[in-house]
Design a protein around this ligand. Structure first.
Ligand code: URA
Length: 271
């Protein structure tokens, strides 16, 4: 076992966990302005990051850059790092391949991220993928799809944490790229607003009589526009049964018309 410095020397040799044995780069520092308001954390280095010594420079990096631009953000104004700062490698048939970092590696590396965040003090931290989220939150909360887009405050970092999908996920499932863009837009909105605005609850007006329905129709006619939605039983093109209609003519207010009550009694036959 070597005897070099362990944690605390970014970019230097680090043997805080077993990752160093296969990785050609150790403890790769993040990059970006030291006063960045927004910090983004990925999982770990891949082959390109290991070769170039810069985080997010491969295809996942290109995906991230494109999504940042679409969200109105610039990479050059963000601090970008990985929560695991070596390249976790598995040798398969003599070939070095990326592998998911272990919990031991994630924990061993966490101090690099907490030091960065204590120094830079960004207002918003984006966790790209479940490994980044696990490391930043300090516990494994399960799949990122359950959490993406749900902002949480971190007392430890004194910052809002926005979990989202990893850019490599968006490469594999291109339709889901919009999630990454939406979540980055959310991060930008928090920066622009200076925090998370409390969401006012939507007022739901349940239409309970024919007179009430007439009043709703009149309000819609006066507004001159309406948004509507229906809830159906099944998606069958022929047999799906609409059982709720909702209409909205302004934000945070909805008219709800139930066709049926419980036990499939026609609601309107009772009024
Ligand atoms: N994936 C990551 O999580 N980080 C990188 O830097 C590159 C790919």
């Amino acid at each position: 076992m070597p005897t070099w410095t362990v944690y605390g020397s970014p970019g230097k040799r680090c043997n805080a966990c077993g990752c160093w044995e296969q990785s050609e780069v150790h403890a790769l520092p993040g990059e970006g302005p030291e006063d960045a308001d927004l910090a983004l954390f990925g999982e770990a280095l891949g082959a390109n990051e290991e070769a170039q010594g810069v985080p997010f420079v491969g295809r996942a990096g290109e995906m991230l850059d494109g999504c940042l631009v679409e969200a109105g953000l610039l990479r050059s104004s963000c601090f970008i790092a990985n929560v695991v700062r070596c390249r976790p490698v598995a040798i398969v048939d003599g070939v070095r391949r990326n592998r998911k970092p272990t919990m031991r590696e994630i924990n061993a590396c966490r101090g690099y991220s907490t030091d960065d965040l204590a120094r830079i003090r960004p207002r918003v931290v984006v966790a790209l993928g479940d490994v980044a989220y696990t490391s930043l939150i300090g516990k494994d909360l399960g799949g990122i799809l359950e959490h993406r887009g749900k902002v949480r405050w971190s007392d430890e970092f004194q910052a809002w944490v926005v979990p989202t999908i990893h850019p490599a996920f968006a490469l594999r499932r291109y339709a889901e790229r919009t999630w990454l863009v939406e979540d980055l837009k959310l991060a930008k909105r928090i920066l622009d607003d200076g925090g998370v605005r409390p969401v006012e609850p939507t007022q739901v007006e349940i239409i309970g009589s024919v007179e009430h329905a007439r009043a709703m129709r009149e309000a819609i006619q006066i507004a001159g526009h309406v948004h509507f939605d229906t809830e159906t039983v099944s998606n069958h093109p022929r047999y799906s049964l609409p059982f709720i209609y909702s209409f909205a003519i302004r934000e945070r207010h909805a008219y709800v018309v139930a066709r049926y009550l419980h036990l499939w009694t026609m609601h309107w036959s009772k009024t």
